[in-house]
Design a protein around this ligand. Sequence first.
Ligand code: ZN
Ligand code: ZN
Ligand code: ZN
Ligand code: ZN
Length: 559
Amino acid sequence: MEKVCKTCSKNFEIRKEDLIFYEQIKVLPPNHCPDCRMERRLAFRNERTLYKRACDLCKKDGVSLYANGTPFPVYCHGCWWSDGWDPITYAMEWDKSKPFFEQFRELKNKIPRISLLVIDSINSDYTNNAEDNKNCYLLFAAGNNEDCMYGRLVQRCKGSMDCDFLYDSELCYECMDTRKSFKCMYGERLQECIEVLFSFDMRNCQNCLFCINGRNLNYCIENKQCTKEEFERKKVEILSTYENIEKAKEKYSALRSSALVKYASATKCNKAIGDYMYNCHEGVRIFDSFSTKNCSYIADADDVLDSQDCNNIYTKAERCYNVMGSLTCSNNISTIYPMYCNDVHYSDSCYNCISCFGCVGLNKKNYFILNKEYSKEKYLELQKEIISQMKQDNLYGEFFPPALSPFGYNETLAQEYFPLTKEQALEKGFNWQDRTTGTYSKETITESNMPETIIEVTDDISKEILVCIECKKNFRITKAELDFYKRMNIPLPHKDFECRHQERMSKRNPRKLWHRSCMCELKKHTHGVKKCENEFETSYSPDRLEIVYCETCYQQEIY
Ligand SMILES: [Zn+2]
Ligand SMILES: [Zn+2]
Ligand SMILES: [Zn+2]
Ligand SMILES: [Zn+2]
């Protein structure tokens, strides 16, 4: 079935499988294309824009996802989870003469929100969507790390800095999509590597520089064997000055853009279309996901079954639709941050709830609508009434309207994956945050006086205010950060952490797919004299320089 997206006016397809799914969970087919649906969910997730804001209950200073001046109060972790307030006191009576979203918005704007989403962490104040971290700083969507700074999606790592999508690694710097690696820098898609620098798609390699698609290499520069001395000399030379690092980045970038790549980053996957997938089975438009089965239009998912249109959904989720940010959930529809919930619809930040509709901030509740308790019979009757009203308005199943997000578009993950200008965002109905964090023109060291080498930097640098060469925002170097640069012998960055993150993310493939065919013309392959004719959906757009191969051809070239 073809439809026209209500947001971007592009045609999109609703698959047979999708229709069956919508029927099973009794929602209407979507009015928006998959990209616009994902964008809307992402606009409800602020991971990394943090503000200094005091708790509205205990008045203690703290850090918050919400700038001052929100319609709702913001409580610190301790207060939010205390008996000092009760979400039920805000209960509202369902009024069938008014639209549901209007009433939900009224409720939502009264209920206190938690300042940051952090669980069981030690000395890690500036982290969010994070758990079990120790001595970490500005780390997001991250868990079980120690001494890590400035990263997104960092799991079970130690002493690493400025890395995104880093897993089970130690002492890594400026790496992405890297696993089980040690002391690697400026690398992407490294697996079980040690001291690999400025390299792409490497597995089980050591002491490599400017290498691409390497397997089991040791002491190589530009994929050619070198001596230990040559490698060490070159490495020291590059890391010695900021300028040399910038040149090395350019050289790496040129090498990388001509790399041989597999159409998608997919390992142990079967009938799964998307990118950055591991152990995913049956589904389309799957991104950054692990262990999914029969899931489509999802991203940042782990251990999820029979679900569609979900983001940041983890640890055993089943039959969820339009969910943003959840742990261990089943049968949830259009809900934000449901944790351990079953059968919760159109709700926000609920924990351990069963059968709730339009609720905010509840814990351990059954049969609640707009935070008001009902008998099971009454609950089912009212729920039916609300759903039929929403169906009449052709809204049931759809995610919350963009204006209901507590964040500006530019504070959220939506800006990261679907960047918009303020005008474009407002036109699409999203909010925008004009209040930016940080300062400008307060630098005590100017751009041109930034140290070029690490040797000339003393501990006093942590007292100085620096300026980002990209966005001109001020930034500082923390003591722990300086210790890292000294230990690894690398010069100070000349960009603030946000611009560093954006520079890394710009190298990652977008969450978009193009239909292309394999570029392989190698006669030795099974396709023989003819060019390989295998077709696929790939996140490499046709104008990119990489040589894109199908699974079979890639496997024959790179083991
Ligand atoms: Zn659209
Ligand atoms: Zn408090
Ligand atoms: Zn091929
Ligand atoms: Zn081939």
